[in-house]
Design a protein around this ligand. Sequence first.
Ligand code: PEP
Length: 254
Amino acid sequence: MRKLIIAGNWKMNAGTVDAAVQLARGLVAKYGQTTAVDIVLGPPYTALREVKAVIANTRIALSAQNMYPKTDGAYTGEISPLFLKDCGCQYVILGHSERRTIFKESNAFINEKVQCALAHGLIPILCIGETEQEREDGQTEAVVEDHLRGGLAGLTKEQVKSMVIAYEPVWAIGTGKTATPADAQSVHAFCREVITGLYDRDTAETVRIQYGGSVKPDNAKELLTQPDIDGALVGGASLKVDSFSGIIENSGAF
Ligand code: PEP
């Protein structure tokens, strides 16, 4: 039985470290000891340490939003897995569509990051998903398969089982448009078919696959109770205690 995992990707939002700390405090007050669902917070780098201090000794985990796949060196402006571990991160979001489109990250580079994160004890949340044009062109499955094959290249079964995949149709991110629960479910089931082909059924049935793309309190239940959807990666609605709480409450896990 896969446990739901609900992660907030705060992106370059929240504004200040103080605001990030307030948000984390509000969530700790409600869900600090929640075990029915895994809760993960992904603040900007500069707030990681302070948010970690707020969630220390709770069940809530910390994620970074990106990482450079080297431990150290002349990579101005980048952050290594060692710094993320040192800040208390357990997870790292990799291959988000904003990284793929704005920063031109390739499957090969994302795969390097996934491998490096795993090698340093960070759990990757590997984001995959098609653009609106690709969906209209009937390319959804081809794109998802390409992102999975590229992102998972060279990983062992055990590594894949330990990580998280986030299916995020790009056209649904930050737009208020959401995949219908049936469409999302069908892509998630397809992801498990691809992983079965690459590894085996056990690996495909073990890895958790979140849905992301305008998840809100009022659509969370229908999406998160689909058999192959194991939680949500949430952007906009993770920035307020009430809306993130609404998603957790409506996840069907309680
Ligand atoms: C995201 O950024 O991963 C995301 C899903 O954003 P939103 O929930 O705002 O669509």
